[in-house]
Design a protein around this ligand. Structure first.
Ligand code: PXP
Length: 237
């Protein structure tokens, strides 16, 4: 499995003091040295961490694959069409949430989703939808023409190590296999850490894991390069 590193929380720390420390681009360069598959950033409506200028600067870097997480809004569509990131992951967004709390309801806005991704796909942007492991959501993504889903691993991560783990894990695994039978490729992410990531190898053919919080948290103690390399080793198995 490939590793995409979500660097949003480098920006969270930077923004706490309003300056440029820690420098987001330094974090990107370290991830590049570690040869991660993607740099993932979530440009939120309220710009609470990553800012437009960050995304633009990352996009300009040679040999860095940008995976832009964004809400299904006209503003974000315009940004994506202008910057043409390598990949876009469409996520739900609520202003008050601490982080992305659940998957996007694609089935409940099927027509909007089809129209939204059309120009992105025409620009050869690799589109994924961030969804819960639910059959109706997978079927809805398949109808949009997007080649990828990203499975929300938040529930699995929450109950990891408790009696709920097995069910949450089987839900993910079943959803991944179901999606692959539909011809979709499958990424996963949210809440994954150095322990719970290991079971992702039991799910066949996952393409990429997008992981942020646990890596940035560990980097405080061991440095970013080591934190990324350790996670990359776990992903590559
Ligand atoms: N994937 C998606 C679609 C996300 O929204 C997030 C959080 O921004 C992540 C992965 C990374 O989650 P975490 O920071 O919990 O590793």
């Amino acid at each position: 499995m490939l590793l995409g590193v979500n660097i949003d929380h480098v920006a969270t720390l930077r923004n706490a003091r309003g300056g440029n420390d820690p420098n987001v681009m330094d974090a990107v360069r370290i991830c590049k040295i570690c040869e991660v598959a993607s740099i993932t950033t979530h440009l939120r409506e309220d710009r609470r961490h990553i800012k437009d200028a960050d995304v633009e600067a990352i996009r300009m870097l040679p040999r860095v694959r940008l995976n832009l997480e964004m809400a299904m809004t006209d503003e974000m569509q315009e940004i994506a069409l202008r910057l043409r990131p390598h990949a876009v992951c469409i996520v739900p967004e609520k202003r008050q949430e601490l982080t992305t709390e659940g998957g996007l309801d694609v089935a409940g806005q099927q027509e909007r989703a089809i129209e939204f991704v059309k120009p992105l796909l025409e620009k050869n942007i690799e589109v994924s939808f961030f969804i819960d492991p639910a059959i109706e959501q997978i079927a809805a993504v398949a109808k949009t023409g997007a080649p990828f889903i990203e499975l929300h691993t938040g529930r699995y991560s929450e109950v990891f190590g408790t009696e709920g783990e097995e069910q949450a894990f089987q839900d993910l695994k079943g959803a991944a296999i179901f999606a692959q039978n539909f011809g979709l490729k499958v990424n996963a992410g949210h809440g994954l850490n150095y322990q719970n990531v290991k079971r992702m190898h039991e799910i066949p053919n996952l393409t990429e894991l997008n992981i942020g919080h646990s890596i940035i948290a560990r980097s405080i103690f061991v440095g970013l390069e080591r934190a990324v390399k350790e996670m990359k080793t776990l992903c590559e198995g």
